[in-house]
Design a protein. Structure first.
Length: 909
């Protein structure tokens, strides 16, 4: 209890001081975390108030102070918050003003007197080391980094275990010329981000993570005259040219590569690999150990989900991922590979085979070793083979990651086509002899830490960028370049052109979409414009950079020769002409091992920046998006039946196949309720988790349908609505010109709920049939969703075309047969019995209809007639259509409405 007497201003000031003392003189309940405290003035009351000038007090008031404590969501690893590590049990008081700061450079951080800051760091002197001013304690260093309008920015570097820190241990370069009261130009933070997290080879934990269910790249094989032409790699042996022969994996000696396990890892970590994502047109340069770990992990995912998953004994929860250091970096991968616990983990065990984690690592090192040696053999130690063989920069030759992870044998070389924006880094990766692993859907391999810009929060897609971690760059350039030279030399002929020009934080805001160009430029040394010595560059070992085409510098690389200054427009992508192989056939895609149809993709590359209109029957159309055939176990292992809200029921297996082909990701099976005889297909479509079921093969009718519906409802109680998806017979009219392949969505009309059962009622005299029942209407959430879809002004003209192509990629016979097969016969014409098709039907009874410009499916909304019996009487069908205005007929829908009370919505394809 405090009593304050004075003027209104002095009383208010004392109140502020008491609030400050009450907030500041408390400790954080978590010693390792900074807490925030905000004082509040509550229960303010006027006890007495008078206008009498002779009164002792003009007024008496009372109030209570309360304090709200909350933890911070930021850590010391966040850019601008390194000062958190300067305190123990620290508390930050909110609500008090601080001096105005410069608009740039000093927007974050803690303002603190210099003596106090030095004392907290247990330092007494400002020392000069290598002409740079540094405040250094025993295990701490305070490094000046920037100055803006007289405000000095500092960075705290410390040794976590309390051991002595050397002046050379800091990855932060101090500013030059620091005198008393003066600071020089701010140091430059290298590239994309000053702190990057390695995601390759580690378990996903967020929305941006590496993906291990990488699909086949669908890329053509290397062309005739390429560096890998007529070459392949076997799991047991490598053959260059000639007729291939195979050696099985079980026949491969365990120590055929360089020395023992430790020696192999010491060798592989010094190598480099490019992981190229054909889906997003971007790549990552990784050290060999990170690429190896990612490959090993992807192969085990395939073991756990593939055809032999029942024999896989690997348990992910036993894998040591270094939980004490959740921030992964380039050294984390080698630590996981060296872990003695991990090396002994069992993958398979049988009478004649015993495969551990270490065995799998050795196996892939053996294959990667062959890839590196084969590349040296093809182009020479100096890489001169690329020029002598006239290999264009657009041709990125490598090996399919999916084939490698699934142990396809033999491995055939593949080739990606790189656009003009990506050709600038091709010479660099060739100079360090990086191998290329090509795939479809890698996810994120490197993630910047502490970046608020949405554009640079992950590596931008479709720009042909190459991201590289600084630690990996330093290892790669140890023998081929020099990061300490000026300009930075990447090889004997390549330099890093003016890196200091864009090493700043992006200044974008919510009000502007303008982003800083952080792309780094590589040039031949004879073209680099070094008119004066560049400013010093801070080489953050945990940072990452992006190489590619910079709009700022506008250096355009062609397939050969030196680059020229030119602006690369989105519609000016140029690709070298494609060739056929030596047998006159187009080169096959990397999914040959997955598809038995021997489908061949054209070698003509497609640019993500060029829109190509295709028909659903055009066999030359761009391949559809590849379906994820496996799942990332760590993201899905905690899913339960309560996490699925959308149900799909099909009457026929061929209908369920089309549904499952649309899954963006397949999910593992879950336990079913006792007595549930259904088998479910679980997966995700967009943001929705879906459970799909089908009637038993060969069974029809309401009894079987009711059993499927009731079991689904019991096992998945959280399902909010269910869709009946399948095929049916269209009923064209003047209002709805329904064609083969169109989609009908049931919609309530008048007193009808959307689906009517034509055989639910009683037969009267003179052939009259009277309905005596009404089904339930669809849920309102479904109908409002339909209204939203139908009113979308930005809806594409062919919204279902991509899905149709995706289904057709899984099953070729599901493709549109062409308009010549879409015939509408007069209802009076009796079709021959027992004929599966209308090939023998008379064309004289075909109803003439206006042709469509394409075969894209149209969407119709109306009534769907259903029953327990199949409607094959065309005249009866037309009579029902005129009476009820229905659009589609199918058998077996009514059971769904009756026995699955959650929803009554039907969608037929």
């Amino acid at each position: 209890m405090f009593e304050v007497i004075g003027s209104a201003y002095s009383v208010a000031e004392v109140g502020e001081q008491l609030a400050w003392l009450g907030s500041a003189l408390r400790s954080s309940p978590n010693p390792d975390q900074v807490m925030y405290c905000r004082p509040h003035l509550e229960k303010f009351q006027v006890i007495h108030h008078t206008q009498n000038a002779k009164a002792l007090y003009a007024a008496k008031v009372s109030a209570e102070l309360s304090f709200e404590i909350s933890p911070t969501t930021l850590s010391a690893k966040t850019n601008g918050y390194c000062w958190h590590d300067l305190f123990r049990s620290g508390v930050v008081v909110e609500g008090y003003p601080i001096p105005r700061r410069p608009e740039t450079g000093a927007t974050s951080g803690l303002e603190i007197p210099l003596p106090m800051m030095a004392s907290l760091a247990q330092a007494s002197y400002v020392n000069t080391f290598l002409d740079r001013s540094i405040i250094k304690g025993f295990s701490n260093m305070l490094v000046p980094t920037e100055i803006h309008d007289g405000v000095v920015m500092w960075h705290l570097v410390h040794n976590k275990n309390g051991d002595r820190m050397s002046y050379l241990d800091s990855t932060v370069v101090p500013v030059e010329g620091l005198m008393a009261g003066q600071l020089s130009q701010a140091r430059h933070i290298l590239g994309w981000c000053s702190d990057a997290k390695y995601l390759a080879g580690f378990a996903p934990k967020g929305t941006r993570d590496a993906v291990y269910g990488v699909s086949g790249s669908r890329l053509p094989r290397s062309l005739e005259g390429g560096i890998f032409h007529q070459a392949f790699i076997s799991n047991g042996h490598m053959i260059t040219g000639g007729e291939p022969f195979l050696v099985g994996y079980k026949d491969t000696p365990p120590h055929v590569s360089r020395g023992g396990y430790m020696s192999k890892l010491k060798w592989i970590v010094r190598k480099s690999a490019v992981l190229w994502d054909e889906e997003t047109k971007r790549g990552w340069l990784l050290n060999g150990a990170s690429a190896l770990l990612h490959l090993v992990r992807a192969s085990i995912v395939y073991d756990c989900t593939g055809p032999l998953s029942s024999e896989c004994q690997f348990r992910w929860e036993t894998l040591d991922e270094g939980a004490t250091n959740p921030i992964h970096n380039a050294q984390s991968a080698i630590a996981m590979l060296l872990s003695r616990k991990n090396r002994t983990l069992l993958i398979y065990e049988s009478d004649d085979e015993h495969v551990t984690f270490e065995d799998r690592v050795k196996h892939f090192i053996n294959i990667l070793e062959q890839m590196f040696d084969h590349q040296i053999h093809s182009v020479g130690p100096d890489g001169s083979g690329y020029a002598s063989k006239s290999i264009p920069r657009a041709h990125l030759e490598g090996w399919d990651f999916h084939d490698l992870a699934t142990e396809s044998d033999p491995l055939q070389p593949r080739m990606a086509t790189i656009g003009s924006k990506g050709k600038s880094w091709i010479d660099f990766t060739r100079s360090i002899h990086a191998i290329n692993l090509l795939g479809f859907g890698f996810g994120e391999m490197l993630e910047p830490s502490g970046i608020s810009c949405p554009y640079w929060a992950s590596l931008p897609k479709d720009q042909y960028y190459l991201a590289a971690g600084m630690t990996d760059l330093q290892m790669a350039l140890e023998h081929t370049g020099n990061l300490n030279s000026n300009p930075i030399r990447l090889s004997d002929k390549l330099v890093w052109h003016k890196p200091e020009m864009s090493f700043k934080a992006c200044g974008c805001t919510e009000l502007t979409a303008e982003h800083l160009d952080l792309v780094q430029v590589i040039l031949p040394d004879r073209l680099s414009e070094i008119t004066e010595r560049a400013d010093p560059i801070g080489l953050s070992r945990n940072g990452a950079v992006v190489f590619g085409y910079s709009q700022r510098s506008q250096w355009r690389w062609g397939d050969t020769g030196d680059p020229e200054r030119d602006d690369v427009k989105a519609n000016e992508e140029q690709f070298p002409p494609c060739h056929e192989d030596g047998h006159g056939n187009e080169a096959t895609s990397s999914n040959d091992s997955e598809n038995n149809s021997n489908q061949q993709w054209s070698t003509q590359p497609s640019s993500m920046e060029i829109t190509v209109a295709t028909s659903s029957t055009d066999s030359r159309s761009t391949p559809p998006r590849s379906r994820v055939r496996s799942y990332t176990k760590w993201n899905l292992e905690l899913l339960s039946a309560e996490d699925y809200f959308v149900g799909i029921v099909c009457a026929l297996p061929l209908e369920l196949l089309a549904v499952r082909a649309l899954f963006d990701q397949a999910h593992p099976q879950l336990p079913r309720s006792a007595g549930d005889s259904n088998h479910y297909a679980l997966g995700s479509i967009g943001s929705h988790r879906v459970v799909a079921a089908c009637l038993p093969d060969g069974e029809y009718g309401t009894n079987s349908a009711a059993d499927v519906a009731s079991n689904l409802k019991r096992s998945f109680r959280s399902v909010k609505f269910c869709l009946l998806v399948g095929i049916g017979g269209g009923v064209p009219s003047s209002e709805n010109d329904i064609r083969l392949g169109d989609v009908v969505v049931s919609k309530p009309t008048g007193t009808n709920p959307g689906v009517i059962q034509y055989d639910m009622g009683k037969a009267l005299e003179n052939g009259i049939f009277e309905q005596n029942g009404v089904l339930q209407p669809p849920p309102r959430v479904v109908m409002t969703a339909i209204s939203n879809l139908r009113s979308d002004p930005d809806a594409p003209e062919a919204p279902l075309q991509r899905s149709i192509e995706q289904i057709a990629a899984c099953k070729r016979e599901y493709r549109h047969p062409g308009p010549e097969k879409d015939r509408l016969y007069s209802s009076a014409y009796p079709h021959p019995l027992n004929n599966a098709t209308c090939d023998s039907c008379s064309v004289s009874h075909v109803t003439s209809r206006k042709s469509r410009p394409d075969n894209h499916p149209r969407i119709h909304y109306g009534l769907i007639a259903s029953g327990n019996s199949v409607m094959k009487d065309a005249r009866l069908r037309d009579r029902w259509s005129k009476e009820k205005g229905r659009s589609l007929l199918r058998d077996g829908s009514s059971w769904y409405y009756e026995h699955f009370a959650l929803s009554g919505h039907q969608r037929d394809m």
